[in-house]
Design a protein around this ligand. Structure first.
Ligand code: SF4
Ligand code: SF4
Length: 329
């Protein structure tokens, strides 16, 4: 299949990461991808992070007139999107070749351990340690007080991360959102096949159950098929799992916009059939990784990337290349 086949304009979301608190990178990422033309940006449910995202979006609005919606990610239970890696650096042997540090896509690891604000929980480092010293901590900013968080942040949209068996906690979270009184433009539900022994048909049934719960919200819905959530795998073929899931159950999902996520990258569109594209796609790790060197360059000089017009132009060009198969830009 040809690389840059034409498709009609699709919905594209940038995922900054449900546990990502790197506000310097988030501001730059939001500026870059807003300028490139994404429809929505998804960030952690925390005020300082949302403020950073809004600064980036504001810059893109002033310069390019683009202003994507802001979505916050929450979960209805334990969820691998809401975690951080941790280890005790004092236990590391001095002759370790430090594969954990080399593999981390956000330079979150140094001799002092994991820098929490830079770790977004991708999990790549966890299996890299030959001594199994790295573990994960749950890190769920949104669980503390969801109604007040929503009232303070006033997002355009909320994404609820859920798992097939978590219907009761999903109902509770949906009620909390409704009772907060916040008027949302969209509610997104993100679910994959994390639980072993579950089949695509189980996922389809689980999403229909959630559709029944969300009907009374009277808000447009998005179904995010999370093909390979937080696998830490950035290989070009990672998006294949998502595409397979879409081909399996895409026609059996409840009404709403369907978007692919989980391992999506610049190759994902190549695995899709021309006449069977989903409504949209969400880019996470890959979108962040390709911008990391430029963002780090600016950060080292205590500047925002948009303070370097030439480098910012390069970043926007690269972001547009990622969006090209999906958007008319
Ligand atoms: S590799 Fe991923 S999980 Fe490990 S520290 Fe880096 S961002 Fe965090
Ligand atoms: S790979 Fe393991 S032992 Fe080596 S520096 Fe990283 S955490 Fe320490």
């Amino acid at each position: 299949m040809k690389k840059n086949k034409k498709v009609s304009d699709k919905w594209v979301k940038l995922i900054c990461g449900a546990s990502n608190e790197d506000i310097v990178a988030i501001e730059d990422l939001c500026a870059i991808y807003s300028a490139a033309g994404v429809d929505y940006i998804d960030v952690a449910a925390e005020q300082s992070i949302v403020q950073a995202a809004r600064r980036g979006i504001k810059w893109a609005k002033e310069v390019f007139g683009n202003s994507p919606g802001l979505m916050i990610s929450i979960s209805d239970g334990k969820d691998i999107h809401f975690r951080k890696a941790t280890f005790d650096p004092l236990k590391c042997p001095s002759n370790c070749s430090r594969p954990c540090e080399k593999i981390c896509p956000t330079s979150a690891i140094d001799f002092s351990g994991v820098k929490e604000n830079k770790c977004y929980g991708c999990g790549r480092c966890i299996n890299s340690c030959p001594l199994n010293l790295i573990s994960e901590n749950e890190y769920n900013l949104s669980k503390n007080d969801l109604p007040n968080t929503l009232k303070a942040i006033k997002p355009d949209a909320v994404e609820i991360h859920t798992e097939i068996n978590q219907i009761d906690s999903f109902r509770r979270v949906a009620n909390l959102i409704k009772n907060s009184g916040i008027k949302l433009k969209k509610i997104s539900v993100s679910c994959g096949l994390n639980q072993s022994k579950k089949k695509p048909i189980d996922l389809s049934k689980a999403l229909w159950e959630r559709y029944e719960i969300l009907l009374e919200h009277n808000v447009p819905l998005i179904w995010q098929l999370d093909g390979r959530p937080m696998s830490g795998d950035l290989a070009p073929t990672t998006g294949k799992d998502t595409v397979k899931l879409w081909e399996n159950i895409g026609s059996q999902l409840p009404p709403g916009l369907i978007q692919l996520a989980g391992g999506t990258n610049d190759k994902t569109h190549e695995f899709l059939k021309r006449n069977n594209f989903p409504d949209g796609i969400a880019f996470g790790s890959y979108a962040r990784k390709i911008m990391q060197p430029l963002i780090e360059y600016a950060d080292k000089n205590n500047k925002k990337l948009y303070e370097y017009p030439e480098k910012m132009a390069l970043a926007i060009k690269e972001a547009k290349n990622l969006l090209k198969p999906w958007k008319i830009i």
